[in-house]
Design a protein around this ligand. Structure first.
Ligand SMILES: Nc1nc2c(c(=O)[nH]1)N[C@H]1C(S)=C(S)[C@@H](COP(=O)(O)OP(=O)(O)OC[C@H]3O[C@@H](n4cnc5c(=O)[nH]c(N)nc54)[C@H](O)[C@@H]3O)O[C@H]1N2
Ligand SMILES: Nc1nc2c(c(=O)[nH]1)N[C@H]1C(S)=C(S)[C@@H](COP(=O)(O)OP(=O)(O)OC[C@H]3O[C@@H](n4cnc5c(=O)[nH]c(N)nc54)[C@H](O)[C@@H]3O)O[C@H]1N2
Ligand code: SF4
Ligand SMILES: [Mo]
Length: 871
């Protein structure tokens, strides 16, 4: 057997952990593929089991009485459940739910439980690496942290010295350290924080802001609800608050007999576990909601008093306006029988105010998603369930650690003066209006078109070649182009899709090995904050990326160093916790470390927040505008701000919208439409997805969805999850399959086309095709095909790519210790195609087009038009 040490260049993931300083490694798929594959793995697996059985050891069990238990926060998805880690002999052996977390309590999903496998993944990055071949060739040299810091600091300083700080950009996915990143970028004067919001949920967030004014995310009181209308949320499997919602909905259904109706084009596990699954036409959720609203109003089951008091369109006016959305019209748009729409609408209204209509990406990830979501939220206003017990509740700004309790340490860097067209594209005037949600999917196109230059590009918790539309074409073209992106640093925990195109790779600490505050909407309707803390130190030379930014801040210049006068992230957060001490009657930091969570119990639950009294202090020097009843307060400098609304002679908080009322009509939306030449009258009107109107009879819809045990490109490297699901065939309806002569397991050629719409070019042009396995099922709309966007990784180590692209070389492991690094990875990936398995799945994003919704700019993920051919 050849000894790998003798090779000048090491090969394969298995050697990542043993790379010496200055040593070179090749992680290229084709080359690696050429190596010998030993096809006896299955037998080895059987042998190992037999040996264990024969030894009488059976299954090994942990003795949890020996465990040190610490609190933390999961980040295997954006639900950020509170967790606790069990550490035995310095190894994290298990996580469970943090019982003190108000959202999830003791509950965790399969992905959460798999977390510890990240920490000791044999193919984990452990040292900083520097590219030595061409970009994307996969050839790397181990370097020191000092070298990495020096190169980064030098390049960033150069951009600042040239007066072009905006040319330093950070590209993030689900980072949960946006506040830290903003401080870092503000310190260097750059506005260029590119995020993934428009790829994820910007339409929904914008809709909540437009209607309610002060929050991007609702917290429905599911537990006390009697009727739940779910427009495209797959909360039993996905959703950015999955467990939090699922737990309470299950309780509501079993304790109060709440009815759950799910609108989805596909029978997800949520749809399948609902009282009714309504397979409406794609992109028609808004039409459904408006027609329901009309039915309810014509039957006089609406809450006229609530609308007249709290909404900015009076009940009678709304009734007239909404009457255009008739049942007959809705039947033709949604494909659902008028009688069913009517029945469900009336049932919903009769359950009010214990009735909730809510959305997620099924309704929102469309060209018309912003209005779809506004129409659904308005249904709650029509029946008067906004903020009510059992209704559509919400809290104040739920995505921020409250700065009053956890202030940032001074001095704070000022907001940057420099501007970036990439970060704030004028074509989408609502993208950054309420929150800086950006239009992430156009970043690479804009870089290519020279709309903004990049000198330093830093990527973190993001895998754009895999998770962005046109990922394997446009994204990779730009990432590979050294003229467009002269310097790319990627922080990741594994050798990922993103890392493959970097110049320097920084090994990060996992979410179980680093610090951080976290917060999202609290279903218990109170302010709260959680603390992510390390259960164990990270392996090798991994460094938490916030610590990297602190170190860089100190090195770039004395000016930037001023803002980073703390040792590390831990000390930073400790400083921020001082304000908590007075609240909890003990050391604030100690409290967070011990409990992992703080919840503000000093205020009542946020029911009917709009109806709360305006604080007395706010009413000082105030006046009421007689026409609008808005209460204005004059500040010392003479400027006036709105602080509330007079209702029945009392000063109420109202909604934080322009007229302090629930916004059905929104003046800023109408104005934004005018600004970019998109017809919009400011009402949540239904308009169809243009590509669907122009669809040919032989074309079908292509949607994607999230698999329950995977999170996008994040979890494929977790071996137990990939063992459960590693294949994502194309769902096709039984009748449709029959027409094409397709059976489950058949190969199908799937072709996609460019979209039509406002600001879109080359509508109808062919984009690309993929050959994919069919899965024939009754559980999907006949005109829709669905492929999960989880899976299809080329990288992320052996568990991630099912070994198919990067042949692991056991000789390297043997050379190091006489043992294989991980027998599961070396021998037991039974789904490897060379073992007769199905491989690591398809990356459907390779053939999905960029399609940005008007005004807000969200990617219309579920608007792709395609055709198929049986092979
Ligand atoms: N077709 C289609 N595509 C979609 C979607 C869809 O519905 N359909 N959904 C979209 C949605 S909702 C989203 S949010 C985006 C998400 O897409 P991305 O923002 O790209 O996020 P992830 O795939 O979760 O993770 C990306 C990377 O983070 C790395 N990572 C994981 N943990 C850590 C860590 O601790 N530190 C560091 N530094 N890196 C880490 C992973 O290894 C991976 O390389 O995808 C979008 N893509
Ligand atoms: N298991 C798992 N959990 C996750 C994630 C993950 O990747 N995996 N990612 C996290 C993140 S970042 C996000 S954003 C959330 C996303 O959470 P969700 O929004 O709940 O999930 P998605 O799969 O993006 O889309 C939801 C559903 O929309 C349906 N759909 C498509 N078109 C339409 C339509 O026109 N109308 C209706 N009504 N439905 C339609 C799809 O079939 C799908 O079932 O999940 C979070 N949690
Ligand atoms: S729902 Fe998301 S955050 Fe919660 S345990 Fe599962 S993966 Fe972790
Ligand atoms: Mo997302």
């Amino acid at each position: 057997m050849p000894i790998a040490r003798r090779e000048a260049i090491k090969r394969g993931f298995a050697a990542l952990s043993t790379l010496a300083l200055g040593e070179t490694i090749l992680l290229a798929p084709e080359d690696a593929n050429a190596q010998i594959f030993k096809p006896k793995n299955r037998k080895l697996y059987g042998k190992r089991k037999a040996e264990r059985r024969a030894s009488g050891k059976g299954r090994l069990k942990n003795d949890y009485s020996k465990a040190v238990i610490k609190k933390g926060v999961c980040l295997n998805c954006s639900t950020v459940c509170g967790i606790q880690g069990y550490v035995i002999d310095g190894k994290l052996v298990k996580v469970s739910g943090n019982p003190l977390d108000p959202n999830n309590g003791k509950s965790l999903c399969a992905k959460g439980q798999s977390g510890p496998t990240i920490n000791d993944y044999a193919d984990r990055l452990q040292f900083p690496l520097k590219r030595v071949g061409a970009r994307g060739e996969g050839k790397w040299k181990r370097i020191s942290w000092d070298e990495a810091y020096t190169e980064m600091a030098t390049r960033i300083r150069k951009a600042i010295d040239e007066g072009k700080p905006e040319e330093v950009a950070i590209q993030i996915g689900r980072s949960r350290i946006a506040e830290e990143m903003t401080r870092f970028l503000n310190a260097i004067g750059s506005p260029s924080l590119f995020n993934h919001r428009s790829l994820c949920s910007s339409n929904k967030r914008a809709a909540n802001y437009a209607c309610l004014g002060e929050t991007d995310w609702e917290s429905p009181d599911f537990e006390r609800s009697k009727y739940i209308l779910n427009f495209g949320a797959n909360f039993y499997e996905a959703h950015q608050g999955a467990i939090h919602a699922a737990k309470r909905i299950i309780k509501g259904r079993f304790d109060n007999g709440a009815k759950l109706v799910t609108f989805d084009v596909r029978m997800s596990n949520t749809a399948g576990r609902s009282d009714e699954w309504i397979p409406l036409n794609p992109g028609s959720d808004g039409a459904m909601a408006l027609a329901m609203g009309n039915v309810i109003m014509q039957a006089n089951l609406h809450d006229a008093k609530w609308l007249d008091t709290w909404s900015n369109v009076k009940a009678e006016e709304l009734k007239t306006w909404i009457s255009r959305y008739t049942l007959e019209w809705a039947e033709s748009v949604t494909g659902i029988a008028a009688a069913d729409i009517k029945r469900i609408a009336l049932e919903f209204a009769k359950a009010a105010p214990r009735a909730v209509a809510f959305t997620n990406r099924g309704s929102g990830a469309h060209y018309n998603g912003f209005n779809n979501d506004r129409a659904v939220i308005m249904l709650n206003a029509i029946v008067g369930s906004i903020g009510k017990e059992g209704g559509y509740c919400y809290t104040t700004e739920p995505t921020r650690v409250p700065p009053t309790v956890f202030p940032q340490p001074a001095p704070l860097p000022p907001a940057p003066k420099a501007k970036s067209l990439i970060e704030n594209p004028p074509e989408w005037p609502l993208a950054n209006k309420w929150q800086r949600m950006k239009v992430g999917q156009i970043v690479y196109k804009y870089i290519q078109e020279g709309r903004g230059k990049i000198q330093v590009y830093i990527s973190y918790t993001v895998a754009t070649p895999l998770t962005w539309p046109e990922g394997r074409s446009l994204v990779v073209d730009v990432l590979k182009d050294e003229k467009l992106i002269p310097f790319h640093v990627c922080s990741d925990v594994v050798y990922s899709e993103q890392a493959h195109y970097a110049d320097i790779i920084l090994p990060d600490a996992s979410y179980m090995e680093r610090w951080g505050f976290d917060v999202r909407n609290n279903m218990e309707l109170r302010d709260y904050v959680t603390l992510r803390q390390p259960f164990t130190p990270p392996p090798g030379e991994c460094v938490s990326f916030v610590d990297t930014m602190i170190e860089l801040g100190k090195r770039i210049s004395p000016e930037t160093a001023k803002y980073f006068q703390f040792k590390d992230h831990e000390e930073w957060l400790k400083l921020r916790s001082k304000g908590l001490t007075a609240r909890v009657g003990e050391d604030g930091w100690g409290y967070m470390v011990k409990n992992g969570v703080w919840q503000d119990m000093s205020k009542p639950k946020y029911y009917e927040l709009y109806n709360w009294d305006v604080e007395a202090a706010q009413l000082k020097d105030s006046r009421v505008d007689p026409a609008t009843q808005i209460i204005y307060r004059k500040a010392a400098n003479g400027t006036e701000t709105k602080v509330g609304l007079m209702v029945d002679g009392k000063a109420r908080r109202g909604f934080l919208t322009p007229d302090r009322k629930f916004s059905i009509y929104h003046e800023d939306i109408e104005a934004a439409g005018k600004q970019v030449g998109f017809k919009d009258n400011g009402m949540p009107e239904f308009f169809p997805v243009e590509s669907f109107v122009k669809m040919k009879p032989n074309q079908l819809h292509l949607v994607t969805f999230k698999w329950n045990v995977h999170t996008q490109g994040r979890t494929a490297s977790q071996k137990y999850l990939s063992e459960i699901v590693h294949h994502n065939p194309m769902w096709i309806n039984t009748e449709t399959a029959k027409q094409y002569g397709i059976k489950t397991g058949d190969l199908v050629e799937l072709s996609t086309f460019r979209p039509y719409g406002h600001d879109m070019k080359n509508g109808g042009d062919f984009i690309g095709n993929a050959v994919i396995t069919a899965y024939v099922t009754e559980g999907i709309h006949p005109r829709v095909l669905a492929v999960s966007n989880s899976l299809g990784n080329l990288w992320h180590g052996r568990a991630g790519n099912a070994n198919k692209a990067s042949q692991n070389t056991p000789t390297i492991g043997l050379d190091q210790s006489g043992l294989l690094a991980d027998q599961d990875l070396d021998e037991d990936i039974w789904w490897d195609p060379r073992n007769g398995g199905t491989g690591a799945g398809y990356n459907v994003n390779a053939i999905l087009p960029i399609q940005s919704a008007p005004l807000v700019g969200m990617q219309g993920w579920f608007d792709t038009v395609c055709s198929i051919r049986a092979l």
